[in-house]
Design a binder for this molecule. Sequence first.
Ligand SMILES: Cc1cc2nc3c(=O)[nH]c(=O)nc-3n(C[C@H](O)[C@H](O)[C@H](O)COP(=O)(O)OP(=O)(O)OC[C@H]3O[C@@H](n4cnc5c(N)ncnc54)[C@H](O)[C@@H]3O)c2cc1C
Length: 453
Amino acid sequence: MYERAARPGGACRSDELTLPGFVHDLGAAVHPLALHSPFFRAFGLADRVRFASPIAAYAHPLDGGRAGIGYNELDRTLEGLGADSSAYERIFSQLAPVADHVADITTHTTLGGREHLRAAVAIAAAVGKIALRRFRSRSDPAEAMLAGLAAHAIQPLPSPSASAVAVALGAYAHGRGWPIPIGGSQAIVDALVEDLTAHGGRIVCSQEIQSLAELGGVAAVLLDTSVPAALRIAGDEVPSRTRSSLRRFRFGPGVAKVDFALTEAVPWQHDDIRHAGTVHLGGCADEIRAGEHAVANGRHAASPYVMVSQPSLFDTTRAPAGHTLWAYAHVPNGSRQDQAENITAQIERFAPGLRDTIIATASTPADRMETWNPNLVGGDINAGATNISQIIGRPRLSRTPWRIAPNVYICSQAAAPGPGVHGMSGYRAAKQLVHDLRGGSHGREPDTAAQSR
Ligand SMILES: Cc1cc2nc3c(=O)[nH]c(=O)nc-3n(C[C@H](O)[C@H](O)[C@H](O)COP(=O)(O)OP(=O)(O)OC[C@H]3O[C@@H](n4cnc5c(N)ncnc54)[C@H](O)[C@@H]3O)c2cc1C
């Protein structure tokens, strides 16, 4: 394995970004799929990495000190929502008990019997219910919570893809929860590296691959890159029809990230937000919808949607004293704007006094995300927009979307099933490779160069 950075891990690395001893996640911080992903379940990730499991996956504060709390126990979530709970209950009551099946279906495209079929029908019904919502409410906490979940897609609201993301994330929230690795997301990478090396794999760091020619006579290549980078590296090996469909693959909006070192925990106005690993900021559904609409149209939102993770509340290894806080705001792709002030203001709106606790910040505008990881083009943390066509055909509509040339595969989140730390893009690409190396020719493109590598 060749890695251009000095350490493996990409957008799942952790490092001291602000002050000595303060460990921050450069990319992924919270792992809804760590316990649900079919690959991680088979790999036994939960036995290899220690996870903290906050009793609430997420929280969603509203102005005036109110909040919706997405407890892992659906009933407790509904109790908190009181009279406003019925829509939320209708969407998640069928899905929470079958969250593993939801993961099987959405990440694995498996329909393995009657139970999966029932789950698939429940998913379709729930996606439909969310897609039909208008997200215009200025007060309903359940509507705000659904908008906050859907906004993970970084797509306009409502839209089919944002609804699908909301359904999956909500099911995991009320299934096994959204855990946080003790010591930082790097712990997941370390477990994978340990397994790779135990199987005889070798990692060469600080080496950027520009072309297949640098790899000599290998039998097959898996590219954990963006789509344009894969096209550059594979060059003329890519058949022209595949090349033209991959050239249509589009990036989505970006994020601007800010990491904080704090003297104490965030002073949330609503006490119960301290139970949640993730906090969705952006206020009511109407405000989140307007913000996501602006970003999808290439404008900065007046009040951006901000994703916050507060890992040190659940993992004391993250800071020698005090706390770490991870946050990003949705912005247009390639934005150069430093969002430190906007993000601080958005948190302070629901946690007055935050500013007094800040001892250091590290801010990365969207256009600078690529400098540490070239897959994050323009700050697109999904390495490709998650609109419905790029969810269904990722990176292109094909029975074998991972294979882009004979014995050359794309295995990053730019390939099915798409974004998130779940290992499934690599798993599916590897399975395709093994199938092809064993002579499986189903759907295979003409292989002219395979024998030479
Ligand atoms: C700010 C941010 C927040 C996120 N939050 C979450 C979250 O909370 N939960 C979650 O599940 N997901 C989250 N994600 C998404 C998650 O990090 C990605 O889905 C995941 O890391 C994708 O894995 P990957 O293998 O496709 O690529 P990456 O993790 O991007 O790794 C690609 C690696 O390939 C290397 N590389 C690229 N090109 C070359 C080359 N030519 N030669 C050599 N090496 C190369 C890169 O240096 C990098 O190390 C977040 C991402 C970001 C950026």
